[in-house]
Design a protein around this ligand. Structure first.
Ligand SMILES: O=C(O)[C@@](O)(COP(=O)(O)O)[C@H](O)[C@H](O)COP(=O)(O)O
Ligand SMILES: [Mg+2]
Length: 425
């Protein structure tokens, strides 16, 4: 079957895919990828009818040889899929096709999905974020400044009361959002149900004492039915938020959970993403995953810090930010390979987390702007004077940026910041 059509002009309604591929024969490989990701297989089948082929065949409309690795050719290809191929509002089903078997084909010596372009008809089938940046800012009553978050540390091991106490210390020190770590679920030493009620009690206390809105993001990641049961507990405890490890929970669970319409702000942690996103030879870029999670309706998503402990360079992290924040995104043919319009779908609040401490705050805001949630775990609970001091130092760093003051100058006003700057050089 032939799917190569370099004269094809994609329709507004096509779903487009851009990949970087490696192989002996780029045209042959592109053709195999197009077939395997749609209606084809390794041999012609007698059961294929011409109308199926005509109606459902994708078009490989661009093949650009961009180099070689000394053994194989490297190419950039673009494929246009007719929407008729898909059960549009079934994300796991769609991905099983356009991002499924193709990674396992012997003929592919490299295959990385760089970007998808979702057409209006596709986007209209998805809920998208319920709150986004605006809704989260309204909920927390924070108009302009970056939001400050923390992850209770150590990741696991604290008993419920200890967990709630650490959360309280962070809130009264100036943190807005406290979250569970990605691997804290309902271990024997810190049961989910007790933790949610106790921590939200502390939230209420901190709100009273500080006069500021505070929020807790309990991690409901679990097998789906249990995830729902935990969401109901969080609802009963009057949590505004839930946190989900979206990659390990799967596209199906994330889509279904959003469609439950509990009314929570959904914080998406991306633990395991790098297993798919980091290799330059095989996988899917974080930008592509971020676009999928915007469609599925998470309100906050980890995208990287550039300056912290996790990989992700500046231009890539910025491109991801663009895709989840703006309504219209231009292509840059470096990380964003399609012009993408989101047709009014709510934004997703970018989360910058991982190895963050006060000295890194100005750079993070310089790179990502003020619409960012800056999160620090070690950078708060590792402060020499403890959690409350660590929170004060991070909050002061954010205020310094808002006041246009160098950190060192602000540190003269806030001793906790001074100590943090000395401690984390
Ligand atoms: O466990 C951690 O490492 C964190 O809690 C950060 O803690 P620290 O502040 O102590 O580093 C987050 O899970 C990472 O930020 C995830 O990475 P990413 O945001 O890149 O998905
Ligand atoms: Mg973590």
């Amino acid at each position: 079957m032939d799917y190569i059509n370099l004269n094809y002009t994609p329709k507004e309604s096509d779903l487009l895919s851009c990949m970087i591929i490696k192989g002996d024969d780029l045209k042959k490989l592109a053709n195999e990828i197009a077939g395997e990701s749609s209606i084809g297989t390794w041999t012609k089948v007698q059961t294929m009818k011409s109308d199926i082929y005509e109606k459902l065949k994708p078009n490989v409309y661009e093949i650009k040889e961009i180099g070689n690795d000394g053994k194989y050719k490297i190419g950039l290809i673009k494929i246009a899929y007719p929407l008729y191929d898909f059960e549009i509002n079934n994300m796991p089903g769609v991905l099983a096709g356009i991002a499924g078997n193709i990674f396992g084909m012997k003929i592919a010596k490299g295959l990385r999905i760089l970007d998808f372009r979702f057409p209006k008809e596709f986007i209209d089938e998805y809920e998208g974020p319920e709150y986004g940046i605006e809704g989260v800012r309204n909920t927390l009553k924070i108009k302009e400044r970056p939001l400050l978050g923390t992850i209770v540390k150590p990741k696991v091991g604290l008993k419920t009361e200890e967990h709630a106490k650490v959360a309280y210390e962070a809130w009264v020190g100036g943190v807005d959002l406290v979250k569970d770590d990605e691997n804290l679920t309902s271990q024997d030493f810190n049961k989910f149900e007790d933790r949610v009620y106790k921590t939200l009690e502390m939230r209420d206390k901190a709100e009273e004492e500080t006069g500021e809105r505070k929020a807790y993001m309990p991690n409901i990641t679990a097998p789906y039915n249990e995830m729902i049961r935990r969401a109901e507990i969080a609802e009963d405890a009057e949590s505004e938020y839930v946190m989900i490890d979206v990659v390990v929970s799967g596209f199906s669970a994330v889509q279904s959970f959003r469609e439950e319409n509990f009314g929570f702000i959904i914080h998406a942690h991306r633990a395991m993403h790098a297993a798919m996103t980091r290799s330059k030879d095989f996988g899917i870029t974080m930008l592509t995953l971020a676009k999928i999670y915007r469609l599925l309706g998470v309100d906050q998503l980890h995208i990287g810090t550039v300056v912290g402990k996790m990989e992700g360079e500046e231009r890539e992290v910025k491109a991801i930010r663009d895709e989840i924040v703006y309504d219209k995104v231009e292509a840059d043919n470096e990380h964003k390979f399609f012009e993408q319009e989101w047709f009014g779908l709510n934004s997703v609040f970018p989360v910058s987390s991982g190895g963050v401490h006060p000295r890194l705050v100005p750079k993070i805001v310089e790179i990502l702007g003020r619409d960012v949630i800056i999160q620090a775990g070690g950078g708060i609970h590792g402060h020499p004077d403890g959690t409350r001091a660590g929170a004060k130092a991070m909050r002061a760093a954010i205020e310094a940026v808002m006041e246009g003051k160098p950190l060192e100058e602000k540190a003269e006003e806030v001793i906790e910041l001074k100590k943090a700057l000395e401690y984390w050089k």
